[in-house]
Write a protein that binds this ligand. Structure first.
Ligand code: ZN
Length: 165
């Protein structure tokens, strides 16, 4: 079922989420709802608190358009560094520069409770960090000096283009 995405200002986005202990029908339904809601949103990652559920569950769409379901995820290894613009479905229309590791390895359980590891880089690595932060009540804007709107970004892009000519 398509769920409404909670926006910044809702207290659930500042809470530390609970570990999943039951790998039951309820968890399956939650994951199905999250995947449906993420695909509908056009985003690349969604954390359970963003649909009002205080559980350690994340879904991410990787560079190959595959859905990765992460239950009780933990970052186990990182390397390198990347700085780039980040946005959030809970803070629509605002973007900020965030520095994250370039490569991130995550350990998590799947919907039946089996542990697995997944490693990715670039945008998907950034997404792992961003979504896992949500599970501890943190949002990307805490890591930014300032936020930009779409209009500001467009103006900056035009300016940059002008300089190249
Ligand atoms: Zn977010």
């Amino acid at each position: 079922m398509l769920k409404e995405i909670v926006k910044k200002g809702d207290p659930i986005l500042t809470k530390k989420c609970h570990k999943v202990t039951k790998f039951d029908k309820k968890l399956n339904n939650l994951l199905d709802d999250m995947v449906e809601t993420l695909k509908d949103s056009g985003g690349v990652g969604l954390a359970a608190p963003q649909i009002g559920i205080c559980r350690r569950v994340v879904v991410v769409i990787n560079g190959e358009d595959q859905v990765i379901e992460l239950v009780n995820p933990e970052i186990v290894e990182t390397s390198g560094e990347q700085t780039g613009l980040e946005g959030c479905l809970s803070l629509p229309g605002e973007y900020g520069e965030v520095t994250r590791p370039m490569v991130v390895k995550v350990k998590a359980q799947n919907r039946t409770g089996e542990w697995f590891e997944v490693e990715d880089e670039g945008l998907t690595a950034r997404c792992f960090c961003h979504e896992l932060d949500h599970l501890d009540g943190h949002m990307f804007d805490e890591l930014c000096d300032r936020l930009y709107t779409n209009e500001e970004l467009d103006a900056m892009a035009e300016e940059a283009e002008g300089e190249e000519e």
